[in-house]
Design a protein around this ligand. Structure first.
Ligand code: GRF
Length: 210
């Protein structure tokens, strides 16, 4: 990635960067972002996309008056081609909604190089650890098993490797002696819900250069 601003343009409150939020599960982070955007910001969500019909995140999108769409895996397509076919459907939704920045918020699918290359520099994720420590789907379990005293969360641009890509911000969270996976997850999420909107503010207002 070259010098300069990470996105093609900086957003303003009058003309915010158009976001799509991608979600798989309950979407507490997505709900926090939508709450944050109730006040005019330099980013606004125009589309919520879930990879299943029953993702809780869809309800949050509807409640906020944002267009929601579910794009489940196309089971009628041969397994060898299904993943790419799914991403083509997803990509088409994003393009149709004139999305400028794709924000993964608990989106549990690993994206293919095909999709990542189309959204390079315009695709962000939040991960519940201090990357590069504890990538993957069980960050809290792995952090507890490793016995670390501090973990946290990371906002990063997505590249073709899992939970990799340039780091935009990190925040530390102490691991408490009595923590189990659930307690740690909840405490880290509270920090995520503050960090992600802040980073999107910086990214979408042109304060991030890579
Ligand atoms: C968050 O911890 C996020 O970091 C990770 O997935 C979790 C999503 O939680 N990528 P929720 O669906 O937003 O509650």
């Amino acid at each position: 990635m070259g010098e300069g601003f990470a996105l093609p343009r900086a957003g303003t409150t009058d003309d915010p960067v158009r976001l799509a939020l991608l979600v798989s599960g309950g979407g507490s982070g997505l709900a926090a972002l939508l709450r944050y955007q109730q006040t005019p910001r330099c980013h606004a969500t125009v589309l919520v996309v879930a990879d299943s019909t029953d993702a809780g995140g869809l309800e949050h999108g509807r409640d906020a008056g944002v267009r929601t769409v579910d794009v489940p895996l196309p089971m009628d397509i041969d397994k060898s081609e299904r993943r790419l076919a799914h991403e083509r459907l997803l990509h088409a939704e994003l393009v149709a909604a004139d999305v400028e920045l794709v924000v993964l918020s608990g989106y549990m699918r690993i994206l293919t190089p095909w999709f990542v290359s189309r959204w390079e520099g315009r695709l962000v994720n939040i991960h519940p650890s201090l990357l590069p420590d504890f990538p993957g789907a069980h960050a809290h379990r792995d952090a507890l098993a490793a016995g670390v005293s501090v973990t946290g969360c990371t906002v990063h641009l997505v590249d073709e490797t899992i939970d990799s890509g340039p780091i935009l911000a990190q925040r530390r969270v102490e691991v408490l002696p009595d923590d189990d996976e659930e307690a740690l997850q909840e405490r880290v999420k509270r920090v995520e819900h503050v960090l992600y909107p802040e980073v999107l503010d910086r990214l979408c207002s042109g304060q991030v250069s890579l």
